[in-house]
Design a protein around this ligand. Structure first.
Ligand SMILES: C[S@@+](CC[C@H](N)C(=O)[O-])C[C@H]1O[C@@H](n2cnc3c(N)ncnc32)[C@H](O)[C@@H]1O
Length: 284
């Protein structure tokens, strides 16, 4: 059973917040109203470095167009499998809290919730948040009733040690915060790209594509690496609109000259390599 998320902490003073009517309120009376779109804005100006941080509208729309094709379903399935295994190992009366930190336009958050609905006898809540308002507005269009917030990884608006699992999928981990919010025995799932990821697309952008080994990943404080799940496959028969959306959801597009983009649209790659890895860290 999916239940509302209720482990909120005030982004200003970190005190627990209660939902009263259409607002979240902390004991110091900091009040955050839900928008009509169904999300809550928990990114006070003090925590912003720019007027509109995070992904812009074009990137969000491109990501939605691409992810809606289902071509990243294997990555979603890997995330869901890790979560289901965790749930199955816990007692019946455990209340599960999962957080999608940097949820983008909500593809994985909603996909995960759909895949967890099978646990009808468990109490599960899921929060998706992102620093980009455009992304969260788009996520709340996927489902208004789910819990969505504009917030930053640098100050996650969640009570300490409250989460069973936290997902940082192609995002920007802030390990000190992940350590604070995830309970002992809980997990953080981090999706990252490997050295061959989108090679064919990158060849359309850069004169030389250097395939270098991925950076090493030191184990963060307070965690141990449980396992690495490679998710690697080829996309074939890609149409121009799909290849275009995939390109535009990456930073590569923003480094592309007009000439390169013209030759990409004239001759888009039909096969693209997906090379990703899901790393699961257990909170000690
Ligand atoms: C590559 S996208 C991935 C989005 C989503 N997890 C997915 O895989 O579809 C990275 C996301 O991180 C968000 N982001 C960047 N900095 C952030 C921060 N400090 N806190 C929360 N989200 C952040 C961006 O707005 C963007 O939506």
């Amino acid at each position: 059973m999916i239940t509302p998320f209720d482990s909120w902490a005030c982004p200003l003073d970190a005190l627990p917040m209660k939902r009263v009517g259409n607002s979240l309120i902390c004991p110091n009376h900091h009040t955050y109203d839900y928008t009509r779109a169904g999300y809550v804005h928990l990114l006070p100006v003090q925590l912003k470095k720019s007027h509109a941080p995070g992904d812009n509208k074009e990137m969000v729309q491109a990501r939605r167009t691409f992810l809606n094709t289902g071509l990243y379903t294997p990555i979603l399935n890997a995330v869901a499998q890790v979560t289901k295994t965790y749930i199955a190992q816990h007692p019946m009366n455990h209340r599960f809290v999962f957080i999608d930190a940097g949820c983008g336009e909500g593809y994985y958050t909603v996909g995960l919730i759909e895949r967890l609905k099978m646990f009808v006898d468990k109490n599960i809540s899921v929060l998706g948040f992102d620093i980009s308002r455009e992304a969260v507005m788009s996520a709340s269009k996927r489902n208004k009733k789910f819990d969505w917030a504009v917030a930053t990884n640098k100050k996650i608006p969640v009570i300490g040690s409250g989460a069973d699992g936290l997902f940082s999928l192609f995002g920007f981990p802030v390990w000190s915060e992940f350590e604070r919010v995830v309970q002992t025995g809980g997990f953080v799932a981090v999706a990252d790209t490997g050295k061959n990821h989108l090679t064919e697309l990158r060849r359309c952008v850069y004169e030389r594509v250097i395939i270098k080994e991925s950076a090493t990943h030191p184990i963060p404080n307070g965690f141990t690496l449980l396992k690495e799940v490679p998710v690697c496959y080829q996309l074939s028969d890609m149409s121009l609109p799909v290849a275009d959306a995939l390109l535009k959801m990456t930073p590569h597009y923003y480094r592309m000259s007009a000439d390169k983009y013209a030759s990409f649209t004239a001759n888009p790659p039909h096969t693209v390599t997906i090379d990703t890895v899901l790393r699961i860290y257990k909170r000690l």
